[in-house]
Design a protein around this ligand. Structure first.
Ligand code: F6P
Length: 363
């Protein structure tokens, strides 16, 4: 063995994404193969505070590769640095990070693999700065983590959204309607951009390009003039009209990121109907994008990430996030990730390709 670590733990945090189980399986198999003991922390960082852990064996990860969700459970609420405690019938938020670290120490856990999105990775970076040897794996359907070209889960979400567009296409065409599909992605337009291109959308509206409703209407009318009596629009949940505001669906107290987006698709559909007279409907795809079996691409990427994370531990390389660049798995410092975002830029090649084939981006 290359270093002294003998016992590690794995934790999944934030919203679930297809491929989580594939990462867990790859870490467990690689680590067990090199003689390490592996524990799974239940339900994200909450399980670290509450000391909820299970030992993981070859048997425990058998058959999980194609399964969606996470066998360890997850949450996008529990932050050990501001953890809810009940005192005299009131909820108060306390720093339980030292207690959480102590739980790991008591169990003999010397290093932690954290699989999560930006909120989870921020907490992982804080623990690393407190001295916990951490290796992170970038997870999210939104693909909004910096320094990696792909997060696992994204490909599956794009596939689901593309399938939805194909299905909406037939209804749009048959009923001469405008069909609007609202997809997830938070403040990044990656899912909308990829699915819109793959599903033949006429308009793709993303948070990075505030849209002009008149441009969208002009596109629909231009199609009508060419005999196309229907249009297909994909809109990211974080998209907003020029001079307008982002649509907030709900506030989730206790979550790292409290704001939940949603509602812009329905607003746009109502406006289109009023301004064109064409029947317009909105479909909100929601959590369907996150659930179910990962695509082959996500299974492969998750496996590569899991093996690479275990390899970091074996080599004693900590404070690292494994990442994908130019189809190679690389290592980036986890502290570099905090506070940065990965958004669609105006010179993005897919955006330029979309414009070349006549897609309207609302500007
Ligand atoms: O980050 C993944 C994601 O699915 C976003 O696309 C979406 O905005 C958010 O999580 C939804 O969170 P929740 O599951 O808490 O509603």
């Amino acid at each position: 063995m290359d270093n002294k670590v003998k016992t590690i733990a794995i934790l999944t945090g934030g919203g679930d994404a297809p491929g989580l189980n594939a990462v867990i399986r790859a870490v467990v198999r690689t680590a067990l193969g090199r003689g390490l003991a592996v524990w799974g922390i239940k339900n994200g960082f909450g399980g670290m505070v509450e000391n909820k852990m299970i030992q993981l064996t070859d048997e425990s990860v058998a058959g999980i590769l194609p399964r969606g969700g996470t066998m360890l459970g997850t949450t996008n609420r529990d932050n050990p640095f501001s953890y809810p405690q009940t005192e005299a019938g009131e909820i108060v938020y306390k720093d339980m990070s030292a207690h959480a670290l102590d739980n790991l120490r008591q169990a003999g856990i010397e290093a932690l693999v954290v699989i999560g999105g930006d909120g989870t990775l921020k907490i992982a970076a804080e623990f690393y700065q407190m001295g916990l040897p951490v290796v992170a794996v970038p997870k999210t359907i939104d693909n909004d983590i910096p320094d990696t070209e792909r997060t696992f889960g994204f490909d599956t979400a794009v596939g689901v959204a593309t399938d939805a567009l194909d299905r909406l296409h037939t209804t749009a065409e048959s009923h001469h309607r405008v069909m609007v599909l609202e997809v997830m992605g938070r403040y990044a337009g990656w899912i909308a951009l990829h699915a819109g291109l793959a599903g033949g959308a006429d308009c793709i509206l993303i948070p990075e390009i505030p849209f002009n409703t008149e441009s969208v209407i002009a596109k629909i009318k231009e199609r009508q003039l060419r005999g196309r009596q229907f249009s297909l629009i994909v809109i990211a949940e974080g998209a907003y009209a020029q001079g307008g505001e982002i649509s907030i669906a709900r506030i989730v107290e206790g979550s790292h990121e409290k704001v939940r987006l949603g509602g812009i698709g329905e607003k746009l559909a109502r406006q289109i109907e009023a301004l064109t007279g064409m029947e317009s409907r909105c479909t909100v795809l929601g959590h369907v994008q996150r659930g179910g079996t990962p695509t082959a691409f996500d299974r492969v990427l998750s496996t590569r990430y899991g093996v690479a994370a275990a390899q970091c531990i074996l080599e004693g390389a900590f404070g690292i996030m494994v990442a994908l660049q130019k189809n190679q798995i690389i290592r980036v410092p986890i502290v570099d990730i905090a506070g940065k975002a990965n958004n669609v830029t105006i010179d993005n090649e897919l955006l330029i390709a979309g414009r070349a084939i006549g897609i309207c981006f609302g500007d």
